[in-house]
Design a binder for this molecule. Structure first.
Ligand code: ATP
Length: 489
């Protein structure tokens, strides 16, 4: 577990060779912290996001109590703008507090996150320091806000300054009342959103793990304060189980509770779901998702103004005249329970996942090298991506054994029928063994081969990616066959 640089090198090269992930702007030398998803990568990432949306939102049954849940609940979705009113970030605390401590090397001008430095010396090689490398190379740490700035409209003045969102969550909070007023949802319920977020990370690294532009899959779950601990426990377990159900081995995953000193000033509890990525040192884990009990901090801030901790309570931060430093919207975010006649600000539990880190974890987990017998029975080594069938970019490849005797026509007919349901691939070029190997590297769960027997009995060979075992299935049964296999995993 962890610390497998060789595996990481092989995975990065496969991702480039097969079109999963490319460096952004590669033809101009690249741009640090930005990545492009290629033809297979876009399908994989989209399947991850669609699976998350289906499992968390549209597939959720709000008439049944889910296992481990304190009660029935509803889920709805949103898609909010990337740029929002700058007051949102002032009130949420991002404007003042969303920073990392930055350290510069005076000699080679490189920048580092203070908490990533292991010693008080510049970690770059002494040879890159003109005139030598001294102990006093590094400046004292200073604050660096991670939000990307832009300007809205034609004027470049402070009043037109806006920010690219560093998280999708705030778009949900500011629409809380809109959702309540336009749907029939009652507490408890969750609002989900998937979208791009931007952070001007000081040292983007570890492939797509720490990028400057990335995608998040977030849920803000609103509930009665008295039930919030139960919901926090529910979402920690529910989200952990989601990853294992899609193939992440539980020994490489862990749920780590934050120590009290790691908690944000408003959080009543946070647990990270972490994965032992191969680029990390042995025994270290990287965050895939954070599940946080945020109390009523967010809704109350957007109602009353930016909150700060005063002793053991949160209070609106004021200026010299005693007025709120960053005033809230004044919108009433209290919820009225028409059964109990109670009016209160709901508590929030937030499971916040990164789509790119999730994609990377599934790729790391899926990468396997093994050996299977070739047509003469000799063992042949291969690379195979053992992705869960729900996540696989291509669900099936349809392959005529040879390019004659009418096999391509029959195969194309099958391909067109399947294409109405899934992303399937047609390939008639090269030896069948090489075509199988190509699909193994793409993570395609099934290859459907049209051969001589197909022409007489309307069956195809179904070759399974993980075992390389083959069986015959009637063409008429293929859709039902693949449907069952995709759900089962
Ligand atoms: P880290 O401590 O690694 O910087 P974080 O605790 O700041 O992460 P959150 O603010 O909790 O991250 O964001 C929720 C999720 O968004 C993270 O669990 C991660 O999956 C994803 N995420 C955050 N920052 C990045 C990034 N720079 N690149 C890719 N994904 C990210």
């Amino acid at each position: 577990m962890g610390n497998d640089k060789e595996l990481m090198g092989k995975l990065v090269s496969l991702c480039k060779r097969r079109g999963f992930i490319f460096q952004s702007s590669e033809i101009y030398g690249g741009i640090g912290g930005f990545w492009d998803y290629g033809p297979l990568g876009v399908e994989l990432k989209r399947n991850i996001k669609d699976t998350w949306w289906r499992d968390m939102v549209t597939g959720h049954d709000d008439t049944l109590v889910a296992p481990g849940a304190p009660a029935c609940y509803a889920m709805v979705g949103l898609d909010t703008s990337i740029i929002v009113h700058p007051q949102v970030w002032k009130v949420s605390g991002h404007y003042d507090l969303f920073h990392d401590m930055l350290v510069d090397c005076r000699t080679c001008k490189a920048r580092f996150r203070a908490d990533h430095l292991e010693t008080s010396e510049c970690p770059r090689k002494p040879s890159v320091h003109p005139g030598g490398h001294t102990e006093c190379d590094l400046t004292a740490p200073r604050e660096f806000n991670l939000m990307f700035k832009t300007h809205v409209g034609a004027l470049y003045d402070p009043a037109s300054t806006a920010y690219l969102r560093p998280e999708t969550a705030q778009g949900i909070f500011i629409n809380f009342r809109n959702v309540l007023d336009t749907t029939r949802v009652k507490l408890p319920f969750g609002i989900a959103q998937i979208g791009k977020s931007f952070r001007n990370e000081i040292t983007p690294r570890n492939y797509t793990f720490r990028s400057r532009e990335f995608e998040q899959m977030e849920i803000e779950f609103f509930c009665h304060p008295d039930q919030s601990e139960g919901w926090y426990a529910y979402w920690r377990e529910r989200r952990f189980a989601w990853y294992t159900s899609l193939g992440l081995q539980s020994e490489k995953l862990r749920l780590r509770d934050h120590d009290p000193h790691e908690l944000s000033h408003y959080s009543r509890g946070t647990a990270d779901i972490e994965y032992a990525y191969p680029f990390l040192p042995e025994g270290e884990f990287g965050e895939l998702e954070g599940v946080a009990h945020r109390g009523d901090f967010d809704l109350r801030s957007h109602m009353e103004g930016k909150l700060v901790r005063q002793g053991d309570r949160l209070a609106v931060e004021t200026d010299e005249e005693g007025k709120p430093r960053y005033p809230g919207s004044g919108k009433d975010f209290r919820y009225f329970d028409d059964q109990t006649r109670e009016r209160y600000i709901p508590c929030v539990v937030e499971p916040s996942a990164g789509a790119d880190r999730t994609t990377l974890a599934f790729l790391c987990e899926a990468y396997t090298e093994d050996a299977i017998p070739d047509s003469q029975g000799r063992l042949e080594s291969r690379v195979v991506l053992r992705l869960h069938p729900r996540l696989a970019p291509v669900k099936a490849a349809v392959l005529p054994l040879v390019r004659r005797e009418g096999m391509p026509e029959v195969a194309q007919d099958i391909y067109r029928k399947l294409k109405r349901h899934w992303h399937v691939f047609y390939d008639e070029r090269g030896s069948i063994g090489r075509r199988y190997r190509r699909q193994d590297e793409s993570g395609t769960p099934f290859c459907l081969t049209v051969d001589g027997q197909t022409l007489s009995d309307d069956t195809v060979t179904v070759r399974h990616r993980d075992t390389a075992l083959q069986e015959r299935v009637a063409v008429a049964d293929l859709i039902a066959y693949i449907e069952v296999a995709l759900e089962g995993g």
